[in-house]
Structures are given as structure tokens and as C-alpha cells.
Design a protein around this ligand. Structure first.
Ligand code: SF4
Ligand code: SF4
Length: 387
């Protein structure tokens, strides 16, 4: 079990969870200027980078997107996360030098996602990493649990030029938050979000774009309307429903399990909750979407029953590199198993990325993904959870 609060004990200067800075009044009615909508549109190329018909064992183009796991440690203990239950790789953080080394190998990269399984703000070099990527004209975003966004971090993130931050809150109330995410930090996060929104306004900064994310759990879906209202009251105009990726586990309190998944098993009353969420979002002027650039309802319905995984484009468009240098096919695979080693397609610290990208293991992975017997991590994609 991950030891929560380990960072606080070290006294090593890393950000602490408690924010003692003054928090200015928060905006509840921020109009989204046209220019901000344009910024959002730059986040498109990853989904359209290649023609689906061109997919074969060899990738004809280099990736346009890199997922870099800047930290593989976390200060929360979510009941939906593999690292709560088992150490998957030795603790590590990517340095600025390592990021430069990796990104420089693919001039094609247009988008870098600075998260994996872990909390990115535990990496103190993050602002420098973002600033370096922005100098190269790359769209930069990451998910965060929001617990560490102190005044200092808010300033650093805005000044770094970060394009987008996605806050995984997973609940509309402190009680549910603690149940799902393992620590009673709901109020701390809300305070941090208010501070970030206020500082953006104070600085006249359109970035980072801020969105709020709710993992679609059967047990907590009823909080969806309250979640959308909460986002609106915080001045956040984007809410996402995150599909649940689960794995076979023996832990009693684990919530990432088949009976919690809504995918392909939506009950009538759950469809109604999502429909009313969509309506409420429209009324409030909040955009409500699902992960994977689709609508919340569509994200929970299977598309190709024979080979549901076959719609996946990720192994041809992006590469995921863990804090330990392991290359993985996507950001979903690490959440589908505790056996991360079995997913590794190469070692980015000892091999060139191009050699990994079209190396034997990647080719074999792609070949199987296009066939009837996909790699183990992909079997659930589009079948048990959505792509
Ligand atoms: S889901 Fe995210 S916030 Fe929760 S324990 Fe995992 S890495 Fe941390
Ligand atoms: S696990 Fe899913 S998203 Fe990842 S490569 Fe396989 S099919 Fe694609």
C-alpha cells in the first residue's frame, strides 16, 4: 500500500499539501473569449494524425504525441488506481535533461502529455520542463489531483505557459471524495482551484485551460449534476466523464472493478442521470464531454462488437514513456494491469526511440492489435472499457 503523506515527512522542500497563502475571491462567471476557443482547437492533431487504413505492423509516421510520466509517485491513494495497491516501478521522476533527450528525438511531436500513473506536481522541475516544451511550440497538458496547487505552483504553472490542466476530482462532496480518493483533501483542492482561477483572472491569462474530471463509477454517478454545478461555480467551463479502466484485483476496497463500470451496461436510471447532466451543462454553458473526444453517452457504448479494440490509433500516433524509461503503447494499458513489465515495448534510456517505435516488440504489438487475438491489455478496450 502506498504510504500517503510520505513527502510531507521528508521535509525536502517539495510542495506540501496545505496551502497557507491567501486565496482571493473566486470568479464564478468567466466568459470564455473567442481566443481561448482557438487555443483549444490546437489540441486536435493526435486524433487525426494518420489514416486508419495505413495502420500496419510498421508505423509509417513518427508519433505526434508523447506521454511522459514525469513522476510515478502520488500523495493520494485512490481506490481506482493500481499504484494504491502495488508498487509498479521503482519511484522516479523525469528530469528536464531526460525530457530534452526524449523529445528531441521526434521533431514530429506536437503534443506532450506530462502525466502517467503518478502526480506530476511531485516533480519540482515541472515548470522548467513545460517552459522548454513551450519554446518548441508544443501543446502541453497534464492531469493532476489538484492537492498541491499552492500559490507558488499556480504562479509557476501560469508563467511556464502550460496550455491545459485537467483536474481529477471524482466527487462533488468531501465524503465521496475521501471514499474514492483515499484522503480527506476535497476542501484543499477546491481552495486550490479557486486560487488558480482567481490568479488567471488577475494576470489576464487564458492559460492553462482548466477542466474538471469525474471517473464514471456506478457508485458515484448520482453526483454528476452536483459535479457540473460545482465546476460552474468555480468558473470552470469544461467537465469530462472519464471511463473507468479496471483490472482483476483481490483488494476488498478496490473500486476499479467490473461491477463499477458503466461501459456497455448502462442502466436506464444511469442513462437518465447522464442525459440530465448533459442538459444541465447546456443550461449552464458548461461543455460536458467524455475522454477520447466523444460524448458521455457514446463513450459508454461498444462500437465494433467483433473486434472492439480495432479502432485504436494510439500505437501509431503516440508513445508513453514511464518515469523509469519503459515505453508503453498508451496511457490506458498501465491502468489495466499490475504487471507493467509485461507491457514494456522497449527502454527509452538505453535505446533510441525510433528503434523502439518500429522495433520488433512494437511491430508484434501492432500486428496483434489489428487481429483477432490482441495483446492482453487491449482485450478489454472497447469491450469492457471504451477506447
Ligand atoms: S489515480 Fe491519480 S491521484 Fe489517484 S492515486 Fe493514482 S496517480 Fe494518484
Ligand atoms: S490498451 Fe486500448 S488504448 Fe491502449 S493500445 Fe491497447 S487498444 Fe489501444
Amino acid at each position: 500500500m502506498r504510504s500517503v503523506g510520505a513527502y510531507d515527512k521528508k521535509g525536502d522542500g517539495r510542495p506540501k499539501t496545505e496551502d497557507r497563502s491567501a486565496v482571493p475571491g473566486h470568479p464564478s462567471d468567466i466568459e470564455v473569449p473567442e481566443s481561448e476557443i482557438l487555443i483549444q482547437r490546437t489540441d486536435i492533431p493526435y486524433f487525426q494524425a494518420i489514416d486508419p487504413a495505413s495502420r500496419g505492423a510498421v508505423a509509417v509516421k513518427d508519433p505526434v504525441c508523447l506521454y511522459l510520466e514525469v513522476s510515478n509517485e502520488c500523495n493520494l491513494a485512490c481506490k481506482t488506481c493500481p499504484i494504491t495497491y502495488a508498487k509498479v516501478e521503482e519511484p522516479a521522476a523525469l528530469s528536464l535533461e531526460q525530457v530534452k533527450y526524449l523529445v528531441s528525438q521526434f521533431p514530429t511531436v506536437k503534443r506532450v502529455v506530462l502525466h502517467g500513473v503518478g502526480e506530476p506536481l511531485l516533480n519540482r522541475e515541472l515548470p522548467k520542463i513545460i517552459a522548454w516544451l513551450k519554446e518548441r511550440g508544443i501543446y502541453v497538458l497534464f492531469n493532476s489531483n489538484g492537492t498541491l496547487i499552492t500559490r507558488r505552483w499556480r504562479e509557476a504553472l501560469i508563467e511556464s505557459g502550460l496550455d491545459e490542466i485537467r483536474l481529477s476530482l471524482d466527487a462533488a462532496t468531501p465524503e465521496t471524495f475521501t471514499r474514492v480518493r483515499g484522503r480527506p483533501l476535497f476542501d484543499v483542492i477546491i481552495k486550490n482551484i479557486k486560487g488558480l482561477m482567481a490568479l488567471k483572472l488577475e494576470r489576464g491569462s487564458l492559460t492553462p485551460l482548466v477542466s474538471l474530471w469525474l471517473t464514471g463509477l456506478r457508485e458515484t454517478l448520482s453526483e454528476l449534476p452536483a459535479f457540473i454545478r460545482l465546476a460552474h461555480s468555480l468558473g470552470i467551463d469544461r467537465v469530462y466523464l472519464q471511463r473507468l479502466v479496471y483490472w482483476e484485483g483481490e483488494n476488498e476496497d478496490q473500486m476499479a472493478r467490473p461491477d463499477q463500470s458503466l461501459f456497455n451496461s448502462l442502466r436506464e436510471e444511469e442513462e437518465e442521470i447522464i442525459r440530465s447532466g448533459e442538459e444541465l451543462a447546456r443550461e449552464l454553458g458548461v461543455s460536458f464531454e467524455a475522454s477520447g473526444a466523444t460524448s458521455p453517452t457514446a463513450s459508454l457504448v461498444r462500437e465494433n462488437p467483433a473486434q472492439p479494440w480495432s479502432a485504436c490509433m494510439r500505437p501509431w500516433t503516440l508513445m508513453y514513456i514511464s518515469a523509469r524509461g519503459s515505453a508503453f503503447p498508451c496511457c490506458i494499458a498501465p491502468f489495466s494491469t499490475k504487471d507493467l513489465r509485461s507491457l514494456s515495448l522497449g527502454d527509452a534510456f538505453t535505446q533510441d526511440l525510433a528503434a523502439i517505435w518500429n522495433g520488433e516488440r512494437y511491430q508484434e504489438f501492432r500486428r496483434r492489435l489489428l487481429g483477432a487475438d490482441p495483446p492482453e491489455c487491449c482485450k478489454g478496450c472497447g469491450a469492457c472499457w471504451s477506447l
